[in-house]
Design a protein around this ligand. Structure first.
Ligand code: C2E
Ligand code: CA
Ligand code: CA
Length: 590
């Protein structure tokens, strides 16, 4: 093609020359020109030159036009278009430059596209499971809601949470935790349809949008199947791991019209699923919403309460059952809410736990109680240990032992006068967390298992951390002496404790017949309305002066711990922490 193009003008010229040569050859005097023939010859030459000129002009025009069209293609984004570089002239060299430029742009773009893909992958995918991440999920959910609105079909939105990922991380390490996450993701993917969108939002949380949600029973049965499948053991590094999921579920359009509303309602439902004992699916209903609004308000109030001085301590004596001698005091926190009045812990402890406020609240309680204990000792009262309730969340914060040590140091309370009450469930938190307790125990701080008998963990495991007392849960004491099961349980706990040399405190003693049975069964210590309700600091100081609880301390018809013992309107006057040397000054944020 190239050769042909190249030869075309010369072919014509050559043909003319050949014709001329043939004409000359046919003459008798071969090389002698007749002057009469010269004009004809000249005409042939001129004709040839003109022909060649016209032809090459037309060719240049064609090449320039092609060049222009390639340049246009490049300009409109087709960087693979190339010019014809033949000809060896200036047009060819321009064509060469354009080609090189296009090739360069093409290569650069390919690189850019590749890194853009990588960026998208990082920005929108969870690297561990390969599932869409929260950001992508939110975009996809928005699109799904938009489509569902346009074509009028329902959607199901679910938020799922692995119940014990934290335990796996703590006890087997993060590598196993990661493996568990991948394995759970895999099982989820297998249980769902291709049209369902599954994502990993963060940590142990997954989310799901399902399009075919016309029949709620179908959605629920899919999720129940997911739950069952995830309860089957996982094999991680030659170990069998048991886990479960909790799922919160809501539907478009009934439970929310926007992706944000759907997500937050699915979250409420998840929260309820967890509160109901985990490993469950819970569907959102409107009452959860009201609850959530109230909780949000309370949460804001609680933050404020901790900054101010609305949290106060009451104390309930722990007594020797035979002579009512006070052997200890349990600090029980109260919230003096400006509008709702005096609130008991059931109204705000779990709220504080969910809002991440427990480490701060716990520290405040600890600081106040230790300070009070020191003040009582300083006024000459004989010292008794103060028991403090410790939430799992405080231990999870990671610096629990340091915090307690700091409080002891700042207040000057000797460690043997502090006792920490933990629940059995703390055992599930893993070794790292229990180390904090062992460390404090070795310094002389007491450790008691609270609500004993209601937890489900391995008790022997806790014993290794040198627990020194047990508190028999109120639910067993309540039914004494008539309920045979409760009686048997209480006796069993007492004989076990005796063999292990553990101190036992019976909680919630309200009636003399309960006391009688407990004493007869060998229980030496107890706590309950029969002896004394939780009292303000000022009251307790009076009671401590006598050393034992007076019979009048228990007001049998009073049902509220403090209603029969109203606090002065200014809680500061009952609370030593608001004195000039307020230890809360020493509290750091968080
Ligand atoms: P708990 O540790 O089992 O505390 C004993 C609870 O039983 C107290 O309720 C106390 O008032 C109540 N009680 C004592 N004697 C009797 C009785 O004879 N009959 C009945 N019916 N109840 C009795 P309170 O003060 O409402 O505390 C409830 C729970 O809140 C506590 O249970 C404890 O788990 C938690 N709590 C209290 N203060 C704190 C705190 O400062 N930190 C943490 N983490 N939890 C706390
Ligand atoms: Ca307790
Ligand atoms: Ca208890």
């Amino acid at each position: 093609m190239r050769v042909r193009q190249h030869l075309r003008p010369w072919t014509v010229f050559l043909a003319l020359l050949l014709v001329t040569a043939a004409y000359l050859a046919g003459r008798p005097q071969l090389l002698l020109f007749d002057t009469a023939e010269l004009p004809a010859l000249l005409l042939v030459v001129i004709l040839g030159v003109v022909l060649i000129g016209l032809w090459s002009q037309a060719r240049a025009r064609r090449r320039l036009a092609r060049l222009a069209s390639v340049a246009e293609a490049i300009q409109s984004g087709d960087f693979t278009a190339r010019c014809d570089e033949s000809g060896g002239d200036s047009i060819a060299s321009v064509a060469g430059s354009i080609n090189r430029m296009a090739a360069h742009i093409d290569a650069t773009l390919a690189q850019l596209r590749e890194s853009e893909d990588r960026i998208r992958e990082v920005a929108y995918r969870d690297p561990l499971t390969g599932l869409p991440n929260r950001r992508l999920f939110e975009e996809l959910l928005e699109r799904e809601v938009e489509a569902a609105r346009r074509y009028e079909y329902p959607l199901a939105v679910a938020v799922m949470d692995i119940d014990n990922l934290k335990d796996v991380n703590d006890s087997l390490g993060h590598r196993s935790g990661d493996q568990l996450l991948r394995a759970v993701a895999e099982r989820l993917v297998h249980q769902l349809r291709g049209s369902d969108v599954l994502a990993r939002l963060a940590g142990d949380e997954f989310a799901l949008v399902m399009r075919s949600a016309e029949r709620r029973e179908d959605v629920l049965s899919v999720l129940e199947r997911v739950l069952r499948r995830c309860r089957e053991p996982f094999e991680l590094e030659q170990r069998e791991i048991q886990t479960s999921l909790s799922i919160g579920l809501c539907f478009y359009p009934e439970d929310g019209s926007s992706s944000q509303e759907l997500m937050s309602n699915a979250d409420f439902a998840l929260y309820r699923a967890k509160a109901a004992g985990r490993a469950k699916v819970r569907q959102f209903d409107q009452s959860m919403n009201e609850l959530a609004t109230t909780r949000l308000r309370m949460e804001q109030d609680l933050r404020r309460a901790m900054d101010g001085d609305e949290l106060i301590l009451t104390y309930q004596p722990i007594v020797a059952l035979d002579d009512r001698r006070i052997v200890g005091l349990e600090a029980l926190v109260r919230w003096n809410h400006p509008e709702d009045g005096l609130l008991t812990p059931d109204r705000f402890i779990s709220l504080a736990e969910d809002a991440g406020l427990m480490p701060q609240l716990g520290y405040l309680v600890l600081m106040k109680a230790c300070r009070h204990a020191v003040l009582w000792q300083q006024t000459g009262l004989s010292p008794v240990p103060i028991s403090i309730n410790v939430s799992v969340r405080q231990l999870q914060a990671g610096d629990f032992a340091e915090r307690v040590e700091r409080v002891l140091l700042l207040t000057g309370l000797e460690p043997q006068y502090l006792k920490l009450e933990i629940t059995e469930n703390i055992a599930a938190e893993g070794e790292r967390i229990l180390e904090h307790l062992s460390r404090l125990r070795s310094q002389g701080v007491g450790l008691a298992i609270d609500d004993f008998g209601t937890g489900y963990s391995s008790f022997s495991y806790l014993l290794e951390h040198r627990i020194d007392s047990l508190k028999i849960d109120r639910s067993f004491v309540r039914d004494l002496p008539h309920n045979a099961d409760s009686t048997a349980i209480v006796r069993a706990i007492l004989s076990l404790a005796e063999r292990l040399d553990l101190e036992v405190v019976a909680e919630g003693i309200e009636r003399p017949e309960q006391l009688e049975l407990l004493r007869e069964a060998g229980c030496r210590l107890g706590q309950g309305y029969l002896f004394c309700r939780p009292r303000t600091k000022a009251d307790i100081q009076e009671i401590l002066r006598t050393g034992s609880v007076p019979s009048g301390a228990a007001d049998s018809d009073a049902t509220d711990a403090v209603s029969d013992d109203p606090l002065p309107s200014d809680p500061a006057s009952t609370d030593a922490t608001s004195s000039d040397s307020d230890p809360t000054d020493l509290l750091e944020a968080g």
